[in-house]
Write a protein that binds this ligand. Structure first.
Ligand code: PGA
Length: 239
């Protein structure tokens, strides 16, 4: 793991965003795995701004996203698909035909197999972006007894529901989601994690300094050969 500590979330957005811009310019048909949540937003802003300034094009880029809620339409304002459209895709020239997403309303087993085959057909994910939950989850892989492999249907924990229900003002927050599994995340050639704020400090410490255990799903990143961790000072506080 390579760990980089920045002053704040904005500085991380600039550094991680520039890394993406450089990578896309060098590899215009790359395959990127994206994440939702607050952590990647400054990075998406930087990429979108770079596109606006003519410094990068996402026309040839293919994308997969980590997870999607079950039991809400893809077009719902709180779906992760909508989040990605609003925060990145609609602000760039990405070809939506190259955007793939887990379908939270599909049969979970069939959807898992479809997603795995789609990722394989693109040659795998070059860079997977991740956040970390306060409980050490990555994507929606919550603390548990084993590391999962391919995409699967997860029952969200109370900690995750508490953290995310602030975004649901019209319908109750879904209790289930489809998520890429730990195996599918670990098969990405490079991983970039962004963690900001003091609420992530304990999870970050467990991820980096603790044992590799499904009780802290992010700890598996210790075994990835190319994992770059961007932290702000608050998230790095316990290291
Ligand atoms: P956040 O979520 O970026 O909104 O903090 C990260 C996560 O829960 O994985």
């Amino acid at each position: 793991m390579e760990i980089k500590v920045y002053k704040n979330a904005e500085e991380i957005g600039k550094a991680a965003g520039q890394l993406y811009v450089d990578y896309i310019n060098a590899n215009p048909s790359c395959v990127l795995g994206f994440a939702t949540g607050a952590s990647p937003v400054p990075t998406y802003d930087y990429i979108a701004e770079s596109y606006k300034q003519g410094k990068v094009s996402l026309k040839g880029v293919s994308t997969f996203n980590l997870d999607e809620y079950c039991d809400i339409p893809r077009e719902h304002k709180n779906s992760y698909y909508t989040f990605m459209c609003e925060n990145l895709f609609s602000r760039t020239d990405i070809d939506m035909a190259n955007v793939d997403f887990l379908d939270g309303n599909a049969d979970p087993d069939e959807e898992s197999a479809r997603y795995a085959a789609a990722i394989k057909a693109k040659g795998g994910i070059d860079i997977q972006l991740l956040g970390i939950g306060r409980n050490g989850h990555i994507a929606f892989n919550e603390p548990g007894d084993e590391f999962t492999d391919e995409a699967w249907k997860v029952t969200l924990t109370q900690s995750t529901i508490d953290a995310n229900s602030i975004y649901f003002d019209d319908i109750p927050m879904p209790r289930y989601a489809l998520t890429m599994g730990i195996g599918s995340i670990m098969r990405s050639k490079k991983i970039i994690m962004i963690a900001t704020g003091e609420s992530k400090a304990q999870a970050v410490k467990d991820m980096i300094k603790g044992p590799v255990t499904p009780a802290c799903p992010a700890s598996i990143l210790q075994q990835h050969g190319d994992a770059l961790i961007f932290l702000d000072e608050a998230a790095a506080k316990l290291l």
